[in-house]
Design a protein around this ligand. Structure first.
Ligand code: ZN
Length: 576
């Protein structure tokens, strides 16, 4: 399928147009088309063959022609022209928070910066100062941005790595030479980014398993190839290690390679007190060296006097103590989720109409959804004006009459303006079933200003939920400066819920903040922020953050059945 390729090309065109300072709506059109094409379940070539490209949301005549051109020739001539005009390194600069398209263009034209390395050199030597719009503070921000960008290249977001790991497991699992197979490491602990992928397998004929592994189509380089261990680097630029272990030690190896290191140190300490030794090969009697456990992880934990500890908790964050005292939380699962409270449709920057998206949400087995398109200030995302909000609400009410056993909540992701006031007046907010508020602009305020801004929004009596509370984009943009403790305290007092945004590039709140919110007794919603039907699957990434934050189903707002959720929303507003 060429869908992802075409989506990448459209995004690349949009990047170039940004550097060239072209019309933002034209740029947005390319981004939306990229999103729509990537989200298609069907091969775009098949759609083109039937002459139905114009039926794809966001694809007009011009973009349809470009898709046709690419399918026919393997190239888009206008993109080739842009590539000749602007070096690729300039586009890379744009990926650094604090630079942006205008500055990237300026840096390139005025001082010949065409790579991140060059930019870093000049910023460190304070040689950017004289350029228009660049202050000492900007140089500092650029260096911070470069650090975040580098971090993003060394560690892969969980959302990407997990999909790659699952694809490998799917290839290997059906082999008759494979008995048991599982991914371990930080991936199994569902950390928000991972450095490499560790896979363990039991097999009586590992030579064949290793051959298939190093021959996978997306292997770029074989780093090691042996009978018990092989390592490859994938085209997506991540290392994968495959280890063969004995069936009797599978549990011990899984426990060992899942980590974390700190957690395993604590487990070994407990073992020592019982005169036992834990290794990747099993649990052994220190004196006789006889093996007592190792077949399963349950056995390993049991041998040292612990119940099974879910991988997401294995960070030495109090889970050993909780396990010893029998108070490990019953963590929330994807199956507990009964609805999704943030998503976007063609009312703003989503790919599907409200009714199409509702069909997709319902197919997940959910009882309800909140449609939360953007408000007017987010112009490039096609934010709704007041009259459109009213039309959207009318559409929701009409659709609800037609649907049985499913409820759409008319919501809106309302912009929090610079001073903490909201993008719509109260008479509009009052008509919405759910008001979600988020920051989408002016990220570089001081900590005091940003905290006051968000606290004010959270305290608004008509607001239900705070969206992506820190604004970070993993590997792209750090969190804005904000006193999260003060924001959470305000949310608690006002009875406002906070979001775990499940989009793999956000995962915001993160695990630690989510845990703190839980301690404070704040309701937490896990929302996908889906812009396509496919993105509704992001829920599992949000749930993994919740699990890492020790959340139980009772802590999560959208585990409530429909009626209880509706009364929660109503009660929130009547408490003032
Ligand atoms: Zn948002």
């Amino acid at each position: 399928m060429k869908n992802v390729e075409i989506a990448n090309l459209f995004n690349e065109i949009a990047d170039f147009l940004e550097v060239k300072d072209e019309n933002p709506f034209r740029i947005r059109a390319y981004r939306r088309a990229a999103q729509a094409v990537e989200g298609l379940a069907e091969d775009i070539a098949a759609i083109a063959e039937r002459g139905e490209l114009l039926d794809v949301p966001g694809i007009g005549k011009d973009l349809a022609a470009k898709i046709q051109e690419y399918l026919a020739t393997g190239e888009i001539e206008s993109l080739a022209g842009l590539r000749r005009e602007i070096p690729a390194g300039v586009i890379e600069l744009m990926g650094i928070h604090g630079v942006g398209p205008k500055t990237a263009k300026l840096l390139y034209q005025q001082v010949g910066v065409d790579s991140v390395e060059k930019l870093e050199e000049l910023a460190k030597a304070h040689k950017l100062g004289g350029l228009p719009g660049i202050k000492a503070k900007t140089e500092e921000n650029i260096l911070k941005g470069i650090a975040v960008w580098r971090g993003g290249r060394e560690r892969m977001p969980l959302g990407t790595a997990l999909v790659l790991a699952e694809a490998i497991l799917e290839e290997l699992r059906p082999l008759k030479e494979v008995d048991e197979i599982a991914a371990a490491g930080s991936l199994r602990r569902m950390k928000e980014t991972v450095k490499d992928i560790d896979i363990l397998v039991t097999s009586r004929k590992s030579v064949r398993v290793m051959e298939v592994f190093i021959g996978l189509p997306n292997v770029a380089e074989v780093l090691a190839h042996g009978e018990t261990k092989s390592s490859v680097r994938l085209r997506e630029n991540i290392q994968v290690d495959l280890r063969v272990v004995e069936p009797d030690c599978f549990g011990a190896a899984l426990q060992y390679f899942t980590g974390s290191k700190q957690h395993n140190i604590r487990v070994r300490e407990l073992a020592q007190r019982k005169a036992l030794k834990v290794s990747e090969y099993g649990v052994f009697n220190e004196k006789t060296n006889q093996r007592g456990a190792g077949r399963t992880e349950e056995e390993v934990y049991g041998a040292v006097g612990l119940p099974f500890i879910p991988p997401e908790l294995r960070e030495d964050g109090g889970e050993i103590e909780a396990a010893l005292e029998g108070r490990l939380p019953t963590l929330v699962t994807v199956e507990d989720i009964r609805g999704d409270l943030q998503m976007h449709t063609t009312w703003s920057d989503g790919s599907h109409s409200l009714s199409d998206l509702a069909v997709g949400v319902r197919a997940k087995g959910y009882q309800y959804m909140a449609v939360t398109d953007h408000s007017k200030s987010t112009t490039v995302a096609g934010g709704m004006k007041e009259e459109q909000v009213l039309q959207m609400i009318a559409e929701v009410r009409a659709l609800n009459k037609k649907m049985k056993d499913f409820r759409i909540l008319a919501g809106c992701e309302v912009d929090i303006k610079g001073d903490g006031t909201l993008d719509f007046p109260d008479e509009i907010l009052r008509q919405l079933d759910l008001v979600l508020v988020s920051v989408h602009s002016r990220f570089k305020m001081s900590r005091e200003e940003m905290t006051a801004r968000i606290v004010r929004a959270v305290q608004h009596p008509l607001v239900h939920l705070l969206g992506h509370p820190t604004g970070r984009l993993i590997g792209e943009r750090g969190a804005y400066e904000v006193d999260m403790e003060a924001v959470l305290a305000a949310a608690r007092t006002a009875g406002t819920a906070v979001e775990i945004n499940a989009s793999p590039s956000r995962l915001d709140l993160n695990d630690l903040h989510a845990r703190r919110a839980r301690e404070l007794g704040i309701a937490i919603a896990i929302d996908t922020d889906a812009h396509t039907v496919d993105q509704l699957d992001y829920m599992r990434f949000g749930v993994s953050v919740a699990r890492r934050g020790w959340l139980t189903p009772r802590d999560v707002l959208n585990t409530l059945p429909e009626k209880q959720l509706i009364s929660w929303l109503e009660q929130k507003r009547s408490r003032q």
